[in-house]
Design a protein around this ligand. Structure first.
Ligand SMILES: [Zn+2]
Length: 331
């Protein structure tokens, strides 16, 4: 099968399927296997959810992982396909573009079978996954040096009917901002290719740069709201908001108060700075991203303490610091 992008499982099979989208090797590197999940519950919408299009936007892969965990209990009809990381080479480097060829994945769609690795990823997604979906959510974040409200975005679409359906879908996320974004640098974007095939495509933006528990809750609720609107899951829309600031306090911290990552992967923060945690409370989760069958690892507090620093969602190495806790000074 080398040379042809393909799936290692039949994503149309009833029930849960877990496998890989295989991106063939080329002159620059060998083949890539992107973990992919699908849940087919029969008739209904066919949704593709992707994250990690840009490697320094990590809310998307985390929200995608949470979706994979929740769908078996919540999905009532249709098919949802989830590819948490479109570009693992960029995610591992926390880089917008692919380090190997310097290309921006979201500017090379529909890709090229004989091209460099970024073009081959786009080709595999365009040829293998895109035809399976009628609706696509591509989960992005804003650039690290910007702040940006939680938003569902689209570009202007020439077809007025598709434009109206796309805006309605974007509004169904119920995020603070729905943005129709007109700008010039759209050649080769994933959404343009999907929209040209008549598909509803929503790009979520969120930012920027720091991944926090509060923001992840908003992002996750937005995606859940959209799935409710599609009829894929049951429930009522939610509007989570950030918590209020807390009052000032004097704390101290020591070298052993740093929590380290138990393995390589993406660190998902599960608490915010200045949260008080008790012994055994969840600080965050380490998600190995090389395989969907690799178990995510909880990172828990040792004793009562207050979180004063937490890694903002990043690909980390084993034994790299992910959080720092502190306590009131002992007098
Ligand atoms: Zn992006």
């Amino acid at each position: 099968m080398s040379g042809i992008p393909h799936l290692t499982v039949d994503l149309d099979a009833p029930g849960v399927s877990r496998g890989h989208l295989v991106v063939p090797g080329g002159v620059d590197r060998g083949e890539l296997s992107l973990p992919v999940f699908s849940l087919n519950k029969g008739e209904g919408p066919r949704l593709l959810v992707t994250g990690g299009n840009h490697g320094n936007e990590l809310e998307g892969p985390l929200v995608a992982r949470r979706l994979i965990e929740s769908l078996p209990e919540t999905q009532t009809c249709g098919t949802v396909i989830v590819l948490p990381v479109l570009n693992p080479l960029a995610v591992e480097a926390w880089s917008r573009n692919t380090p190997l060829d310097g290309l921006n994945l979201n500017r090379v769609f529909p890709g090229r079978a004989g091209g460099s690795v970024t073009e081959r990823i786009a080709d595999a997604v365009s040829r293998v996954l895109l035809p399976m979906a009628d609706t696509v959510f591509d989960l992005h974040s804003f650039e690290p040096t910007w702040d940006f409200p939680p938003a569902a975005t689209t570009h202007p679409i020439a077809d007025p009917d598709l434009m109206a359906r796309t805006v309605r879908m974007a509004e169904a996320f119920k995020l603070p901002l729905t943005l129709v974004w007109d700008y010039n640098d759209t050649a080769g974007m994933f959404d343009i290719v999907a929209q040209n095939q008549g598909k509803v495509f929503v790009c979520t933006e969120f930012g920027g740069g720091t991944v926090g528990a509060d923001n992840l809750a908003i992002y996750e609720a937005g995606v859940r709201n959209a799935l409710i609107a599609l009829g894929l899951i049951e429930g009522k829309a939610e509007y989570p908001t950030s918590r209020q600031p807390k009052s000032g306090q004097t704390l101290e911290t020591h070298p052993h108060d740093e929590l380290k990552s138990p393995a390589a992967g993406i660190f998902e923060p599960r608490c915010s700075v200045l949260d008080q945690v008790k012994d055994g409370d969840l600080i965050g989760i380490l998600h190995p991203m090389d395989s969907l069958s690799a178990v995510s690892i909880d990172i828990r507090a040792h004793g009562t303490s207050i979180v004063v620093a937490i890694r903002s969602g990043a690909h980390v190495h084993a034994n790299q610091g992910v959080a720092l806790v502190a306590r009131p000074p002992k007098n």
